[in-house]
Design a protein around this ligand. Structure first.
Ligand SMILES: [Zn+2]
Ligand SMILES: [Zn+2]
Length: 132
Protein backbone atom coordinates (compact mmCIF):
# COMPACT_ATOMS: atom_id res chain seq x y z
CA UNK A 1 0.00 0.00 0.00
CA UNK A 2 2.75 2.46 0.94
CA UNK A 3 4.54 2.59 -2.41
CA UNK A 4 1.46 2.52 -4.63
CA UNK A 5 1.21 5.46 -7.02
CA UNK A 6 -2.04 7.35 -7.05
CA UNK A 7 -3.45 9.27 -9.95
CA UNK A 8 -5.12 12.25 -8.38
CA UNK A 9 -3.88 15.15 -6.37
CA UNK A 10 -5.81 14.13 -3.27
CA UNK A 11 -4.18 10.72 -3.05
CA UNK A 12 -7.31 9.00 -4.24
CA UNK A 13 -7.46 7.57 -7.70
CA UNK A 14 -10.71 8.45 -9.43
CA UNK A 15 -11.08 4.77 -10.24
CA UNK A 16 -10.65 3.82 -6.59
CA UNK A 17 -12.22 6.72 -4.78
CA UNK A 18 -13.30 4.71 -1.79
CA UNK A 19 -12.26 5.87 1.64
CA UNK A 20 -12.37 2.20 2.70
CA UNK A 21 -8.91 1.84 1.18
CA UNK A 22 -7.49 3.77 4.12
CA UNK A 23 -8.57 0.99 6.51
CA UNK A 24 -5.94 -1.65 7.09
CA UNK A 25 -8.55 -4.39 7.01
CA UNK A 26 -9.26 -3.46 3.39
CA UNK A 27 -5.73 -4.71 2.71
CA UNK A 28 -6.22 -7.85 4.82
CA UNK A 29 -4.26 -6.51 7.78
CA UNK A 30 -5.32 -6.37 11.40
CA UNK A 31 -6.94 -3.16 12.49
CA UNK A 32 -5.62 -1.40 15.59
CA UNK A 33 -6.81 1.74 17.38
CA UNK A 34 -3.86 3.58 15.78
CA UNK A 35 -4.68 2.34 12.28
CA UNK A 36 -8.31 3.41 12.73
CA UNK A 37 -7.22 6.92 13.75
CA UNK A 38 -4.87 7.09 10.75
CA UNK A 39 -7.68 5.97 8.42
CA UNK A 40 -9.93 8.65 9.89
CA UNK A 41 -7.23 11.29 9.46
CA UNK A 42 -6.64 10.30 5.84
CA UNK A 43 -10.37 10.34 5.13
CA UNK A 44 -10.72 13.77 6.72
CA UNK A 45 -7.81 15.05 4.63
CA UNK A 46 -9.46 13.87 1.41
CA UNK A 47 -12.76 15.44 2.45
CA UNK A 48 -11.10 18.71 3.48
CA UNK A 49 -9.04 18.89 0.28
CA UNK A 50 -11.98 18.18 -2.01
CA UNK A 51 -14.23 20.54 -0.05
CA UNK A 52 -11.57 23.22 -0.50
CA UNK A 53 -11.92 22.75 -4.27
CA UNK A 54 -15.70 23.01 -3.95
CA UNK A 55 -15.18 26.39 -2.31
CA UNK A 56 -12.88 27.76 -5.01
CA UNK A 57 -9.42 26.81 -3.75
CA UNK A 58 -6.86 25.54 -6.23
CA UNK A 59 -3.79 23.52 -5.39
CA UNK A 60 -1.43 25.40 -3.12
CA UNK A 61 2.33 25.59 -3.55
CA UNK A 62 2.98 28.34 -1.02
CA UNK A 63 3.24 26.38 2.21
CA UNK A 64 2.53 22.95 3.61
CA UNK A 65 -1.22 22.96 3.23
CA UNK A 66 -4.20 20.65 2.90
CA UNK A 67 -4.57 22.09 -0.60
CA UNK A 68 -1.13 20.83 -1.72
CA UNK A 69 -1.43 18.35 -4.54
CA UNK A 70 -0.22 14.84 -3.76
CA UNK A 71 0.56 11.87 -5.92
CA UNK A 72 1.03 9.27 -3.25
CA UNK A 73 -0.21 8.24 0.15
CA UNK A 74 3.16 9.32 1.60
CA UNK A 75 2.72 12.84 0.22
CA UNK A 76 -0.81 12.95 1.56
CA UNK A 77 0.39 11.81 4.99
CA UNK A 78 3.02 14.58 5.05
CA UNK A 79 0.46 17.29 4.31
CA UNK A 80 -1.27 18.91 7.26
CA UNK A 81 -5.03 18.64 7.57
CA UNK A 82 -5.33 22.43 7.84
CA UNK A 83 -5.11 25.03 5.10
CA UNK A 84 -2.11 27.34 5.11
CA UNK A 85 -2.74 30.95 6.20
CA UNK A 86 -3.24 32.10 2.59
CA UNK A 87 -5.77 29.38 1.75
CA UNK A 88 -7.54 29.84 5.08
CA UNK A 89 -7.85 33.56 4.39
CA UNK A 90 -9.23 32.89 0.89
CA UNK A 91 -11.76 30.44 2.33
CA UNK A 92 -12.70 32.88 5.06
CA UNK A 93 -13.08 35.69 2.53
CA UNK A 94 -15.26 33.56 0.25
CA UNK A 95 -17.42 32.01 2.97
CA UNK A 96 -17.35 34.70 5.67
CA UNK A 97 -17.06 32.28 8.58
CA UNK A 98 -15.78 33.04 12.04
CA UNK A 99 -12.28 31.54 12.26
CA UNK A 100 -12.44 31.13 16.05
CA UNK A 101 -15.79 29.31 15.83
CA UNK A 102 -14.37 27.12 13.06
CA UNK A 103 -11.41 26.16 15.23
CA UNK A 104 -13.67 25.37 18.19
CA UNK A 105 -15.87 23.12 16.05
CA UNK A 106 -12.81 21.43 14.57
CA UNK A 107 -11.46 20.78 18.07
CA UNK A 108 -14.68 18.96 18.95
CA UNK A 109 -14.51 16.86 15.76
CA UNK A 110 -10.85 16.01 16.33
CA UNK A 111 -11.60 15.15 19.96
CA UNK A 112 -14.43 12.78 19.02
CA UNK A 113 -12.20 10.99 16.53
CA UNK A 114 -9.01 10.66 18.56
CA UNK A 115 -7.03 13.09 16.41
CA UNK A 116 -5.04 14.44 19.34
CA UNK A 117 -2.17 15.96 17.33
CA UNK A 118 -4.59 17.91 15.17
CA UNK A 119 -6.47 18.98 18.29
CA UNK A 120 -3.21 20.22 19.84
CA UNK A 121 -2.38 22.22 16.70
CA UNK A 122 -5.79 23.90 16.84
CA UNK A 123 -5.33 24.66 20.54
CA UNK A 124 -2.00 26.32 19.72
CA UNK A 125 -3.59 28.38 16.93
CA UNK A 126 -6.41 29.47 19.24
CA UNK A 127 -3.86 30.45 21.87
CA UNK A 128 -1.91 32.50 19.29
CA UNK A 129 -4.99 34.47 18.34
CA UNK A 130 -5.94 35.01 21.96
CA UNK A 131 -8.60 32.38 22.48
CA UNK A 132 -6.67 29.70 24.32
ZN1 LIG B 1 -6.95 18.64 -5.46
ZN1 LIG C 1 -2.43 26.75 1.01
Amino acid sequence: MGTKRWCSTSGVSPRHASLARYRTRFWGQKETPESRVLATLRSFKVLAHETGHMFSLYHCRRYECIMNGSNSLEEMDRAPIEPCPVCLKMLQHNLRFDIRARYRRLMAVYDRNGLTQEQDRIKARLARIGCG
